[in-house]
Design a protein around this ligand. Sequence first.
Ligand SMILES: *Cc1c(COP(=O)(O)O)cnc(C)c1O
Length: 377
Amino acid sequence: MIRFNVPPFTGKETEYIIKAVNNQKICGDGEFTAKCNQWLEEKTGTKKALLTTSCTHATELAAILADIKPGDEVIMPSYTFVSTADAFVLRGATAVFVDIRPDTMNIDENLIEAAITEKTKAIVPVHYAGVGCEMDTIMAIAQKHNLKVIEDAAQGIMSTYKGKALGTFGEFGCFSFHETKNFSIGEGGALLIRDEENIEPAEIIREKGTNRAKFFRGQIDKYTWVDKGSSYLPSELNAAYLYAQLELANEITENRMNTWNTYYEGLKDLADAGKIELPFIPENCTHNAHMFYFKAADLEERTKLIAFLKEKDILAVFHYVPLHSAPAGLKFGRFAGEDRYTTRESERLVRLPLYYNLEKEKTEYIIKCVKEFYGTV
Ligand SMILES: *Cc1c(COP(=O)(O)O)cnc(C)c1O
């Protein structure tokens, strides 16, 4: 069976974990966490990056920092993972879902303004498949209405919009290092902080409401409980594992990009013949080959295709049943405007296996099978 995902492994992970063990410092914010934070800051050009226990937690942290309260409304796409909404709903806010653009599957920036009410507090763009949302428009709307922008860049590490890293446009950006992401520690994430004044509050909330980070830097001689907080910092063992992959970030990305390009080129005939639709990358975006998807004609065709590929020992998947139609979505959210594309396009989308070191022969076999399904081999 060709698996849908295999978590990346570069070989150095275990060596670094042993090093962390030998350091006799395995709680958070040791040598490897500092290295990862610094790598993220340099790579993205953000003021401050903090490793977290997940992207979900990074988003929760951002929601606390943005002072999201019961009664607030937060604008986001419905076509996304549950965490995008969870982080805000947990603080008592209502998720206000806006339709997506059918070309990128990202929130339609032109529909955001109509969804804004007196209660709107923030906009949460999700960079689907590591392809940037139209950030110029979104940032202009946020500025005009005095709203915070929290980017769900869970899939967006190494991607850019107009040359600038995803996750660095809004007040906060959230990365994921979940098993299924380009760089992975099983469970993990990071919070990117754009503005100086949010750095210390973020450090405090992440460390149980204490000023421990300041203490570690030698800026104070005792640390204490100074505000509300939680525990959002990962263990050094996780950071050590992650650092091995960040060191090889370019290689991992290039490797995934080769697979992505092989799929794209291999399936182009089918797209030209009007049988499928290939992903669209806007000119001002570079992507990170986080996923390869294409669109079948409709739900029925997609269901048959996935079953057909399964018979050929290929695990292809779909995802994101739109949040507004899920039980919790009905309870904690509402759709603003018309659902023209969210449901329809989500039913057409199928994802092919894509992971670090997926063999070229397997990629070609998968392409051949997709073509066979469409009767063009
Ligand atoms: C993976 C993912 C998340 C959640 O990431 P975790 O690190 O598992 O919490 C959130 N949003 C999107 C769009 C994702 O793809």
